[in-house]
Design a protein around this ligand. Structure first.
Ligand code: ADP
Ligand code: ZN
Ligand code: ZN
Length: 733
């Protein structure tokens, strides 16, 4: 009896066996509709075999096969299996989240052409006798097609088997027609490749770098280049080499970096079809883009982190721009890191992967220093832009107006008067991070999260940024009934109000999650800034990366102190990256830029090191500190998180995991720390705890998890808590 192992999109860490008829053709990578519990689900065939670990009589039959040929290559299936195994995440869900929504349904996976079945003239002329000789299935098919022609997926949806279709076709009763929507010759661009002449001549460093990148073999290259050093120009040249040998390029950019400007820079250089996988695509467009990448119709695919799962016809290079960027790591459900997966994929395909950044992640830098990656450097800004001048503004004992010192305001006035733009950076949205009663001192606090409400003046509401609770700001203090309610601290909204009063002649724009929540509004705002419709820009970290604002000559970091004293061991790295990236926004064109940092701790080591010695020196110091503390990249981690309304439910579950670890771990170097409260101990009424595994060898953790995960999933206590495993966590939250 033929059996097929199917990856079903359910949160269970295994595949499911089904039997199927002998005359059905199934190969790995085809979509199969199967019964599951009381539902029908669409899974992917992984292996066909003649036996099962389960008693054959207990196996259910498949419902039907949706595709004539595999929609996922064995290569992609092997990659997905690797992901499932490494992140201990169910294979069915790994594949499901990699597929466009429409392909998780009964939609055709054929590119722009529909196999359209219709009755032939012979069928219309069938006599009653001839009709009676048909099988019931054949008759049913004829009846269906008598009304109108149908696509393959429609027939499958109606439970018509491929064998039935085939038999009717053999009898000459039905015929198929391919309906092409447009010309999709995958060879077209390969034979007509044109590369624009409108390009800068490379400087020496760029030329050396491009020559060093061997596109014919696997290697990871760290392209470590200061902002504005022409990294994108290097990418374009590497892509050119790849396109010339007929292969495709996959480019990953940060969430915020996938702008029309980025895409048009690639379009201006090459005449190949470019597919951009951005959040603005609808389901049909996403399916189309995915299929074009897979068929080789697209020469270049640009997307955010999930684009790493795009199947490619002939992948020639992977480029990760801003490889240090946090958005490359998915922080919920399937917690993968797209940079790490890019390296895995490049290795499997024996191609180059280029990681570009002005502020490489310490993990990446460590791999470059130890020789695992090739370290390529661009030390000069391209063209004739200068590095910015830095000011440390000591705000101890200074009177501040909504957080701004008079020294900074004076700098602003100078730059504005010279006709330039000014960017203020503050990573705190809203008007004020807390409200307080002036009479009794009580603070408005979210009881479900144990944190203060943020005040948003524009809507006059209190908002908990953790559980999203919001309500109108009370007129009176709930404790003492006083009407004197004041705000404490300041956010972007307050800066905007104050600067509007102070510099009424200069138009101001605020760019944060509140002001850009509508689709497309961020692009509009960025465009307006570029057109100089605004002179003062206030932004959160959304504004920190990848935007060219040639007229911004002054950047202010308004509050860096909270990052200096964080409990997160990655906070200094993040602050340093932010500082360098924001500095990179100042004076990109011919104008000299200035960067001002307001701090109560100008003497702080980190600030001094960064300002005086630059990122790479800072990174060495930080790596040394990590090494002393045995923290990543000198160790590897996996984090179990659990949350429950009862503290004890979350705690007991993690204690049981710890017991399993202790039973199975024979390696003294592998540490199991906790259970301990998460940095945010309570959120939306639930207690949050974590348990950390740490070892100098990645393999120790992988092997241990492989042993204990099935046991953890079977624990009774696992049902009382919401829990997850994060392999290589980047946030402890
Ligand atoms: P990065 O990606 O490193 O921030 P870009 O590739 O965006 O840098 O380059 C910054 C600016 O310098 C762009 O306007 C780009 O067109 C220009 N540029 C890049 N390389 C050169 C070069 N060799 N000569 C002149 N200008 C260049
Ligand atoms: Zn009060
Ligand atoms: Zn809350």
């Amino acid at each position: 009896m033929p059996v097929v192992a199917v990856a079903v999109p359910v949160h269970l860490n295994r595949t499911f066996d089904y039997i199927y008829p002998e005359d059905e053709h199934i190969e790995a990578g085809m979509r199969i509709c199967v019964p599951f519990m009381n539902k029908q689900l669409i899974g992917i065939a992984l292996v066909t075999k003649n036996d099962s670990d389960f008693p054959l009589e207990k196996l259910k039959p498949i419902i039907n096969v949706l595709d004539d040929t595999a929609i996922l290559s064995t290569d992609m299936l092997a990659f997905f299996n690797w992901c499932a195994d490494y992140y201990h995440y169910p294979i069915g869900e790994v594949i499901a989240q990699a597929l466009p929504v429409l392909l998780r349904k009964l939609e055709s996976a054929k590119l722009n052409s529909y196999t359209f079945w219709q009755l032939t003239d012979n069928a219309h002329e069938l006599t009653v006798q001839e009709l009676n000789r048909l099988t019931p299935a054949q008759l049913q098919t004829i009846k269906l097609l008598a009304e109108t022609g149908l696509t393959q997926s429609h027939l499958k949806l109606a439970n018509i088997k491929s064998t039935t279709i085939k038999s009717l076709q053999d009898k000459g009763l039905i015929s198929q027609e391919y309906i092409e929507i447009q010309d999709n010759d995958a060879q077209h661009w390969r034979q007509n490749l044109v590369i624009s002449d409108n390009r800068p001549s490379l400087n020496t460093e760029q030329a050396i770098t491009i020559a060093a990148i061997d596109i014919n073999h696997f290697a990871t290259y760290l392209l470590d280049g200061v902002t504005g050093s022409g990294k994108t120009e290097v990418y374009l040249n590497v892509i050119e080499k790849v396109l010339k040998i007929g292969k495709q390029a996959l480019v990953l950019v940060p969430e915020i970096g996938l702008t029309p400007q980025t895409i048009s820079r690639f379009k201006r250089r090459f005449n190949v079809p470019i597919v951009a996988l951005h959040s603005g695509l609808n389901d049909a467009e996403r399916r189309e883009a995915w299929l074009e990448a897979q068929a080789g119709v697209a020469g270049i695919v640009i997307g955010t982190r999930s684009a790493i799962f795009t199947p490619m016809h002939d992948l020639g290079v992977i480029i990760i721009d801003e490889e240090h960027d946090g958005s490359l790591k998915q922080q919920e459900t399937f917690r993968y890191h797209a940079r790490d997966l890019a390296i895995v994929r490049a290795q499997r395909n024996n191609i180059a992967v280029v990681l570009g950044s002005a502020t490489p992640a310490l993990e990446t830098l460590h791999n470059a220093i130890t020789g695992k990656y090739r370290h390529l450097q661009l030390t000069q800004r391209a063209g004739n832009a200068q590095m910015p001048i830095h000011h440390l503004i000591d705000i101890k004992n200074q009177s501040l107006d909504s957080g701004l010192s008079s020294e900074f305001m004076a700098l602003m006035a100078t730059h504005l008067a010279a006709g330039n733009q000014v960017l203020l950076f503050l990573n705190r949205r809203g008007y004020a991070p807390a409200v307080m009663c002036h009479t009794c001192g009580s603070m408005a606090e979210c009881q479900r999260c144990n944190t203060y409400y943020t005040y948003h003046q524009s809507r006059n509401i209190l908002h908990c940024h953790h559980c999203d609770e919001q309500f109108p700001k009370p007129r009176r203090c709930p404790s003492c009934n006083s009407s004197e309610i004041m705000t404490a601290g300041f956010g972007t909204e307050q800066l905007e109000t104050m600067l509007n009063n102070h510099f009424p002649q200069y138009p101001i724009i605020r760019i944060d999650r509140d002001s850009t929540s509508r689709k497309g509004s961020l692009e509009k705002s960025l465009e307006a800034v570029r057109k100089r419709e605004f002179r003062i820009l206030i932004g959160t970290q959304m504004l920190a990366k990848g935007h060219h604002f040639p007229d911004v000559t002054l950047v202010g970091l308004i509050d860096v102190d909270s990052a200096l004293f964080s409990s997160d061991f990655r906070a200094p790295e993040k602050l340093a990256q932010l500082f360098v990236q924001v500095s990179g926004r100042a004076g990109r064109a011919a104008k000299q830029g200035e960067v001002a940092i307001q701090t109560h701790h100008p003497e702080h080591e980190l600030i001094q090191d960064l300002v005086n010695n630059g990122y790479s020196h800072f990174a060495q110091t930080a790596l040394h500190a990590r090494s002393m503390a045995s923290l990543p990249p000198y160790s590897f981690q996996a984090l179990f998180r659990a949350e429950a309304h009862q503290f004890s439910d979350a705690n007991e579950f993690l204690v049981e995991i710890k017991q399993l670890v202790q039973e199975h771990n024979h390696n003294p170097q592998l540490l199991c720390l906790g259970p301990m409260p998460a940095p945010m101990e309570k959120r939306a009424g639930k207690y949050r705890l974590q348990l950390l595994l740490q070892s100098p060898q990645r393999q120790h953790i992988t092997l241990l998890l492989r042993q204990i995960m099935p046991k953890i999933e079977a624990l009774k206590s696992a049902r009382k808590a919401r829990w997850s495993l994060d392999v290589d966590p980047t946030e402890m939250l």
